[in-house]
Ligand binder design. Structure first.
Ligand SMILES: [Zn+2]
Length: 303
């Protein structure tokens, strides 16, 4: 069993990408038709399909596959998944769409940035252009039985990032706009790789807060209540990381030194430092790329 009912008509599938539990989630909303939120990467599509089977979702009943963005761990599996879903369309931001149709460049860049982790995720397959829906802020996707999703454009983590608001539970799928949530520690790690824009990310968080959500459904990983508090805490946390990084850049510190100061000065990070050091995926993808995002942002801001 790797699926879980987490709300009315709402289910989580643990994709167990690369054998890691609680790393990447897909969500399934069941109305008269179904919506899948996030595919995860190509390598774990078989697990997503077995999850759908476990939930008695028929392939032909999936109407939409909603992606927060095209990074491999969120939308990398879209092309591979669509082969199994004859009626599904992929919802994506206009600036993300070209990377789904032609994923070659995204794959090369991912290998460069993520190294071995890209291989764990697997190469993305192309999505046929006629199976894409280019989403705009405020669009609503309805699959019957009061099950519907609203598109909320939340840039910052990427220039093509979307979140989704779910009406029945007043919940939000924040993709990477609200960090990586580690439920076992109740800690959030920022997801701020280059090209990260602090001011835009903060505006997006405010936009999500204005929806007064009750729950967050993190792609990494799982459901959390107290959504308003968590979004506001996250805004504070990324401001702190930005401040520490600005000081570091001014003092010409290297990434490792800035990373170590963040692990020491951010209380939440201090609590999980030893866990992070022993986790190859989180240290590389979450922490180091996020610190690099702040460094680039600080350097750009100084010019
Ligand atoms: Zn991402």
């Amino acid at each position: 069993m790797h699926t879980k009912e987490i709300g009315e008509n709402l289910f989580l599938i643990d994709l167990k990408t690369g054998g890691f539990k609680n790393l990447i989630a897909s969500y399934v909303l069941k109305g008269t038709k179904a919506i899948i939120v996030e595919t995860g990467p190509s390598s774990s599509i078989p697990n997503l399909l077995s999850g759908l089977k476990e939930l008695n979702v028929k392939a032909e009943d999936v109407a939409y596959v909603a992606l927060s963005h095209v990074h491999l761990d969120h939308g990398g599996g879209a092309g591979a998944l669509l082969k199994f879903l004859p009626n599904a369309k992929v919802i994506v931001h206009s600036r993300g769409a070209p990377h789904l149709v032609n994923p070659e460049k995204l794959w090369l860049q991912s290998k460069e940035v993520l190294g071995d982790v890209a291989e764990i995720y697997g190469a993305p397959e192309p999505v046929p252009e006629d199976r894409l829906i280019v989403a705009a802020d405020g669009m609503i996707f309805d699959v019957g039985n009061s099950v519907k999703l609203k598109v909320v454009e939340t840039l910052g983590h990427a220039s093509h990032h979307l979140s989704y608001y779910e009406f029945l539970s007043k919940g939000i799928f924040p993709g990477d706009a609200a960090g990586v949530y580690l439920s076992e520690f109740d800690v959030v790690i920022p997801t701020t790789p280059p090209p990260f824009h602090l001011d835009i990310a903060l505006a997006s968080l405010e936009k999500l807060v204005r929806l007064k959500p009750k729950a967050l459904y993190y792609s990494h990983f799982g459901k959390a209540m107290d959504a308003m508090q968590r979004l506001q805490d996250y805004a504070r946390q990324i401001k702190l990381w930005a401040k520490i990084t600005e000081e570091g850049v001014r003092n010409k510190e290297r990434l490792e030194a800035i990373r170590e100061r963040i692990l020491a000065e951010d209380q939440a990070m201090r609590r999980i430092a030893s866990f992070l050091r022993s986790h190859p995926v989180f240290m590389k993808t979450a922490v180091e790329n996020s610190v690099q995002g702040f460094i680039d942002f600080a350097e750009k801001s100084q010019i």
